[in-house]
Design a protein around this ligand. Structure first.
Ligand SMILES: [Zn+2]
Ligand SMILES: [Zn+2]
Ligand SMILES: [Zn+2]
Length: 692
C-alpha cells in the first residue's frame, strides 16, 4: 500500500485533516515556520544581490529530524500549509529544509477544512507558487532591513532595546497625528432647542426639534441667537403644515473580511484584534463537535475578499428559505464587486457549513468561540438576506415662520435584521405620530434648550485603526493584528479602555522617525510598497527589484542619521534632583515607561526615581510647578507637583496664563489659548515664545 505524508503547520489542523483522509495518509505538523533569517545579523547579503540567508529556527531541529524520517518513509509528500503568501512560504521553506526535489513536492490548499475541500485539494495538487513565496520573502526582507538598520539609531538617541518596524512606525505616526489633532481641537458652542406641545385629546405631549426657517436649516450658535428665536416664538400658535409618510431600506452587510471581522468583534464583543484572530484560527483549524468529531467551522480567516463560493451561496439561500421564508432570500446576486486585488481568489470568512447553526454547536464551544462563531455565522446568513424596510413619518410644524420637526420610523419588513441586528438599527417608534393629522390642535407646553460643544475627533480604537490602515492601503489581512500588538507591546502606545494613546516613548520614537526616516513613516510610500508586493504575487514584478530599489535610500538615511546623531552626541541630561544616597545630581534616562531619574554613580549607586518633567508653568490652583505625569497605562497628562495635596490635572498643556474672564487655566490648543472651563468659552491667539 502506498504511503502519503501530509505536512501542515499546526497540530489542531493535523488532527482535523487526519480524519478525512484514508489510512495510507499520515498527517504531521511543522509547528509553524522552520526556517527564517538569523536573529543575530541582517541575514541579507547586500554585496551578493540581496540574497537572503535562511537558517533553521532555534528549537526546530528536532521537528525537522522527525519530518525527515517521515519523508523517507513516504511515497508522496503533500504540503498543506495555509492558503496565502505566508503559508506558501512555509511550504517552500519545508521543501528546502527537507530537500524535497521537484516531483516529490505536492502543494495542496483548501479554503476550509472540510472533507470535500481536503479531498478535492489532493486531486488538484500543484507545484509551489514561487510568486507567492517571493511576495512573502520580500515583505520579510523589507521588514528586516528597516528593523535591523534603524533600531540602532534609536538605541543611540533614546535607549537600547528599542526597535523600529516598517508598518508599525506608520501606524504609530497615524496615531500621533490624531492625538495632535485632538490636542489642538477647539470646541465650538451650539444649542439644541426642543418644544413640547400638547396635542388635543392626548395625555402625553409631543416633542419637536427646532429645524430653522422654512427654506433653510439654522444652527443656534449662542445664547443670544437662542433668545432671539425664543422671543420670535413667544405667544405664537403652532400648526402642523405637513405630514409625510415614506419608506427607507437598509441593505444587508457584506460577509466578513479579516478587517471587518476585527472591527465588528471589537465593537460588539470587545475583543482585541489579536484575540479575534486567535479564536478565528481555532474555529478554522477544527473543533471537536459532539456527534461530528473534529470540524473546521469557518473558512480561512486571512482574506480581503467578500466573494462567496457558488455552493455556499446556494446552500445558505436554501437555509434562509426554509427557516425564514422565501421572501427573506436576497434577489439573485448582483455581480459581487471585484476589487482587482489578487486575494480575490479567496473567499469571505463564512461558516464552512451554514447548517451548523450556532445553537447546534454551542455546547462544544468555549464562550468566546461561540460568540465569534455566532457573529460570523449570522453575518454570512444576513449577507444573503433581503433589505430591511422601514416606514418613516416626518411631521413639520410651523410657528411664526420657524420650523420644528418630529420624525419616527418603524420596521415594516425585517429582512436581514431577523438575524443580524445591532443597536443602531433599532427604529425609533413614536406611537403619537400615528394619531396626528394636519388638523390636530397643538398648544405650547414648554421649551427645552441645551448648550452643547462640538467634539474633537475620537481617539483611535483598535477597530478604527484597522479601518484606517485598510483605507490607506497600508495593511493586509495578515498584518493588522500583529502591527497593533507590536506597538502596544513596545509601549509606544497604551491601550486604556478601548482607546489607543501615544506614550512619551512613542512620541520620541515617532519624532525621530519623522525627522530622520520620513519616507518610512510616509503613508503613500508604505501603501506603494504594499502595492508592489501585490505585483510580486501576481508575477508582474521581480521581488529583488523591490529590494534593490528600496535599500539604497534606506542606507543613505541611516548613514545621515548616524552622522547627525554623532554631532549632537547626546549626554545624559543632568537634573537638579540630588541623589539622597550618594549626593550626585541625578540624570534623566529613558525607560520602558518613559523618562526616569538614575544616579550617574551606577553601578556603585543604583538609585532611580520617578521623573516628573517640569514645564515651567505655575499651577493655577496652588502656584507650585506643573509637571508631566502619566496614568497607570502610560497616557500623558499635566498635573501639579504637589499631587495628591493639589488635584489640578488636564490632558492639554497649560500655558501658564489665566483666563481673564473666569480665572481658570488657559490651555494650549494649536495656535490658540483656550479656557479650561468649556462653559466659559474664553479664547485668545497664542503668542509663540522664542524657544518653540
Ligand atoms: Zn546615588
Ligand atoms: Zn497645585
Ligand atoms: Zn475662563
Amino acid at each position: 500500500m502506498a504511503k502519503y505524508l501530509v505536512i501542515v503547520e499546526s497540530p489542531a489542523k493535523a488532527k482535523t485533516i487526519n480524519k478525512f483522509l484514508g489510512s495510507n495518509y499520515h498527517v504531521v505538523a511543522s509547528n509553524g515556520h522552520v526556517r527564517d533569517l538569523p536573529k543575530s545579523q541582517l541575514g541579507i547579503d547586500i554585496e551578493n544581490d540581496f540574497e537572503p540567508r535562511y537558517i533553521t529556527i532555534r528549537g526546530k531541529g528536532d521537528i525537522l529530524a522527525m519530518l525527515r524520517k517521515e519523508v523517507k518513509k513516504a511515497d508522496k509528500v503533500y504540503l498543506a500549509t495555509d492558503p496565502d503568501r505566508e503559508g506558501e512560504a512555509i511550504s517552500w521553506h519545508l521543501a528546502q529544509a527537507l530537500k524535497l526535489e521537484g516531483k516529490q513536492i505536492h502543494r495542496i490548499t483548501f479554503n476550509e477544512i472540510t472533507k470535500t475541500a481536503v479531498k478535492n485539494s489532493i486531486k488538484e495538487a500543484r507545484e509551489i507558487d514561487m510568486d507567492l513565496v517571493d511576495a512573502q520573502q520580500a515583505r520579510r526582507m523589507l521588514d528586516r532591513m528597516v528593523g535591523y538598520k534603524i533600531s540602532p539609531v534609536l538605541w543611540v538617541k533614546v535607549k537600547r532595546g528599542l526597535s523600529a518596524g516598517r508598518v508599525q512606525s506608520v501606524a504609530l505616526r497615524i496615531i500621533c497625528d490624531r492625538e495632535k489633532e485632538i490636542d489642538s481641537f477647539i470646541p465650538e458652542e451650539y444649542w439644541s432647542l426642543d418644544v413640547l406641545l400638547d396635542v388635543k385629546g392626548e395625555k402625553k405631549p409631543l416633542t419637536a426639534k427646532f429645524y430653522g426657517k422654512e427654506k433653510e436649516k439654522m444652527e443656534i450658535r449662542s445664547k443670544a441667537e437662542l433668545d432671539k428665536i425664543l422671543s420670535g416664538l413667544e405667544n405664537q400658535p403652532y400648526k402642523i403644515t405637513n405630514i409625510k409618510n415614506g419608506e427607507r431600506t437598509k441593505k444587508p452587510p457584506l460577509p466578513f473580511t479579516t478587517s471587518t471581522l476585527q472591527q465588528e468583534a471589537s465593537k460588539l464583543l470587545n475583543f482585541s484584534t489579536q484575540k479575534t484572530m486567535r479564536i478565528a484560527q481555532q474555529l478554522y483549524e477544527g473543533i471537536d463537535i459532539k456527534g461530528n468529531g473534529t470540524v473546521g467551522l469557518i473558512t480561512y480567516l486571512r482574506t480581503d475578499s467578500t466573494r462567496i463560493s457558488e455552493e455556499a451561496d446556494e446552500s445558505v439561500r436554501k437555509y434562509i428559505g426554509q427557516v425564514y421564508g422565501d421572501e427573506f432570500v436576497i434577489g439573485k446576486m448582483k455581480d459581487s464587486k471585484k476589487n482587482g486585488k489578487i486575494q480575490d481568489a479567496h473567499e469571505a470568512i463564512r461558516p464552512s457549513n451554514s447548517e451548523m447553526s450556532p445553537t447546534k454547536v454551542k455546547e462544544s464551544l468555549s464562550r468566546d468561540q461561540f460568540r465569534l462563531y455566532q457573529l460570523i455565522w449570522s453575518r454570512f446568513v444576513a449577507s444573503r438576506m433581503a433589505d430591511a424596510v422601514y416606514g418613516t413619518t416626518n411631521v413639520k410644524i410651523n410657528c411664526n415662520g420657524y420650523i420644528f420637526t418630529v420624525t419616527a420610523s418603524k420596521i415594516k419588513f425585517e429582512g436581514f435584521l431577523a438575524v443580524y441586528k445591532h443597536a443602531e438599527d433599532k427604529a425609533d417608534t413614536n406611537l403619537l405620530l400615528k394619531k396626528l393629522s394636519e388638523d390636530s390642535e397643538l398648544s405650547f407646553n414648554e421649551f427645552e434648550s441645551k448648550q452643547h460643544f462640538t467634539q474633537p475627533p475620537a481617539h483611535f480604537t483598535e477597530a478604527a485603526l484597522v479601518k484606517t490602515l485598510e483605507e490607506l492601503g497600508i495593511g493586509r489581512p495578515s498584518t493588522y493584528a500583529p502591527t497593533i500588538t507590536t506597538i502596544i507591546a513596545r509601549r509606544y502606545v497604551a491601550k486604556e479602555n478601548k482607546n489607543l494613546y501615544v506614550t512619551e516613548l512613542g512620541e520620541v520614537v515617532n519624532q525621530i522617525m519623522r525627522d530622520a526616516f520620513s519616507s518610512i513613516v510616509d503613508v503613500s510610500f508604505t501603501a506603494n510598497l504594499e502595492y508592489l508586493l501585490d505585483k510580486v504575487e501576481e508575477g508582474a514584478v521581480n521581488y529583488k527589484t523591490v529590494i534593490r530599489n528600496f535599500y539604497p535610500d534606506l542606507d543613505e538615511a541611516v548613514q545621515k542619521a548616524e552622522k547627525e546623531l554623532e554631532e549632537v552626541k547626546i549626554a545624559d541630561e543632568v537634573s537638579d534632583v540630588v541623589c539622597e544616597q550618594c549626593g550626585r545630581n541625578m540624570v534623566i534616562k529613558y525607560g520602558p515607561h518613559g523618562k526616569f531619574l538614575a544616579c550617574p554613580g551606577f553601578p556603585e549607586c543604583k538609585n532611580t526615581k520617578t521623573y516628573f518633567e517640569k514645564i515651567g508653568v505655575a499651577c493655577p490652583k496652588c502656584g507650585k510647578e506643573i509637571v508631566i505625569r502619566k496614568t497607570q497605562k502610560g497616557r500623558k497628562y499635566y498635573g501639579c507637583e504637589d499631587n495628591p495635596e493639589c488635584d489640578f490635572m488636564t490632558w492639554q498643556k497649560p500655558s501658564g496664563k489665566l483666563c481673564p474672564k473666569c480665572g481658570n487655566a488657559l490651555l494650549i490648543k494649536g495656535q490658540k489659548l483656550v479656557c479650561a472651563d468649556i462653559a466659559c468659552g474664553y479664547r485668545e491667539d497664542r503668542v509663540k515664545e522664542d524657544n518653540e
